[in-house]
Design a protein around this ligand. Structure first.
Ligand code: SAM
Length: 507
């Protein structure tokens, strides 16, 4: 497959691996409401994503991002002007990390325009797999032409859609009231409103040439070169069942009724018009109504646009991630639609805009999609900032790291899966025939220096007792030292890894 090359490509492909693991610190005074439907993280998304991986890898159903487009503008709240290769260096490691968050039935949606869109498509093909490319949505963003444009006035943005797996199936869209309104019920059919369907087919059909007599005695046959689309017997059966319409005076050619209750929801299409999902003007108005008279974020997306994405890609309760959160639109929409969410934003507007917007959402704000989804408020979110790195500059485990923190990192580096509930014993769990244990921070209740962090015979006995009867797989043990001989380790099928060195080497 042809690949995109740029000056720092090799380095950029490795840069996500080199980002240190950091912890997340909650800022309780900025968290809001009950429960933790949402997680709002202020910080650079490369570091924040790395910090979140041990918790959420493989668990996110839908990622939506709206990164800076590299439009060579400096916006009020962020700069959008990077040298071309630098933009690629920024986006590539982030996309590589984002991929690790997607569940097997997940999808990622990326807003972009012509400044970087075509380069982005090529790198996304490489990272997500060309066969997993679903489509490009064209979103009509402009309400009116910009006459000051030097050449063309751009009306649209792109949204690239990739699935984690090519078997991904989008949910269908509900039919709009406007689309339903064309169904009528002039004959009070108890099955409800219907549309008169064409009785003819163009394709030759062996049972499609006959003459039929209507209720008034008038005879009908298909126009020259066309055929009835159903056989004569079928037409008579449908007529007996009241499913054929002969016109208001019962003297017209037969039509086959298509009932509203029998038509399915709509397959998503790729052209998303402003009348259906809003435009840039819609989103600016949404923010203006949310915070009248205040200085607002300059490049928000409209709530109905994100609503459509989340409708197609998620169900209530699913987890949604946006790592370029901006004014908080994805989080606000996910919250109102009953999805769980994670939002990352590095600017101060994480606090001044996103947190405030979500506080209003929890209080029941009635703008954006609120009416459409019947939103009346509720739920809550936690606000976090990036905390200390798991390792200090010398590669030692930071003194602030607790057993649970390190357990998540150790488990994730062994399995690439998040650890569920952290156990209160050294045995973290089993995965694909191997068991993983961590001896750290007095987990064995021994408070002497390094006590309980050393693999000795008694500690090994404790670990083995905690394993299910008959477990024959490898036991990986992390600890500060090992007192067992190489022969014993081999005999007992134990792989000893020394903390911190063996973990640090794998981050
Ligand atoms: C185009 S805006 C997103 C707008 C958003 N979709 C909305 O509806 O408000 C892009 C955002 O990404 C943020 N951003 C850019 N680089 C980032 C990074 N490395 N980490 C976290 N946020 C970043 C910017 O501060 C900006 O708020």
């Amino acid at each position: 497959m042809p690949l995109l090359n740029w000056l720092t490509r090799d380095e950029d492909l490795r840069s996500a691996d080199r980002v240190p693991y950091r912890l997340l610190d909650e800022v309780p005074e900025l968290s809001q409401g009950e429960g933790d439907q949402g997680l709002l993280v202020q910080g650079d998304n490369l570091e924040a994503l790395k910090a979140l991986l041990p918790f959420y890898a493989g668990r996110v159903k839908c990622i939506y991002i709206d990164p800076p487009y590299n439009t060579r503008s400096a916006f009020e709240h962020y700069d959008d002007s990077l040298e071309h290769a630098k933009w690629l260096a920024m986006i590539v490691p982030r996309l590589m990390l984002l991929r690790e968050f997607l569940s097997e039935d997940g999808s990622i949606w990326v807003s972009i325009d012509d400044n970087e869109g075509h380069y982005l498509k090529v790198v996304m093909d490489e990272i997500f797999g060309r066969r997993n490319f679903v489509d490009t949505v064209i979103w009509e963003k402009a309400d009116s032409p910009r006459n000051s444009a030097r050449q063309f006035s751009s009306d649209h943005d792109y949204i690239f859609v990739y699935a984690k797996n090519e078997a991904w199936v989008p949910k269908r869209l509900p039919r709009s009231a406007e689309k339903n309104a064309i169904y009528k019920n002039p004959d009070d059919d108890p099955r409800g409103p219907w549309l008169p369907g064409d009785p003819y087919a163009n394709k030759p059909y062996s049972k499609g040439q006959y003459v039929v007599t209507g209720p008034t005695g008038r005879e009908f046959q298909p126009p020259v070169g066309r055929f009835w689309r159903i056989s004569q017997e079928k037409l008579q059966d449908l007529d007996k069942d009241g499913r054929i319409w002969w016109g208001p005076t019962k003297n017209a050619r037969p039509s086959i009724k298509r009932y509203l209750t029998e038509v399915s929801d709509l397959v998503p299409r790729t052209l998303w018009k402003k009348d259906e999902v809003g435009s840039n003007r819609t989103s600016k108005n949404e923010l203006r109504n949310l915070s009248p008279g205040e200085e607002n974020f300059t490049t928000p997306k409209p709530e109905p646009l994100i609503q459509r994405i989340l409708h197609i890609a998620t169900n209530p309760g699913d987890l949604v991630l946006d790592s370029f959160l901006g004014s908080g639109t994805t989080a606000a929409v996910a919250h109102k639609m009953g999805r769980r969410w994670i939002g990352i934003e590095m600017g101060e507007h994480a606090r001044t805009h996103c947190a405030l917007r979500l506080k209003k959402v929890i209080a029941g704000e009635d703008g954006g999609i609120s009416n459409d989804v019947g939103w009346t408020g509720g739920g809550g979110f936690r606000f976090c900032r990036l905390g200390p790195a798991v390792y200090d500059a010398e590669g030692r485990i930071d003194a602030a790291i607790r057993f649970a923190d390190l357990a998540r990192h150790v488990w994730f580096s062994e399995t690439r899966r998040p650890l569920g509930d952290v156990p209160d014993s050294p045995l973290l769990g089993k995965y694909e025939g191997r068991a993983v244990a961590l001896l750290y921070n007095g987990i064995l209740k021994d408070r002497s220096p390094h006590g309980g962090n050393v693999l000795t015979r008694p500690v090994l006995r404790l670990l083995k007792d905690a394993l299910p009867e008959g477990f024959g797989g490898e036991l990986v043990v992390y600890g500060t030292a090992c007192r067992l001989s190489a022969d014993t380790l081999k005999q007992e099928n134990i792989l000893f890894r020394q903390t911190p060195y063996d973990i640090a080497a794998r981050t």
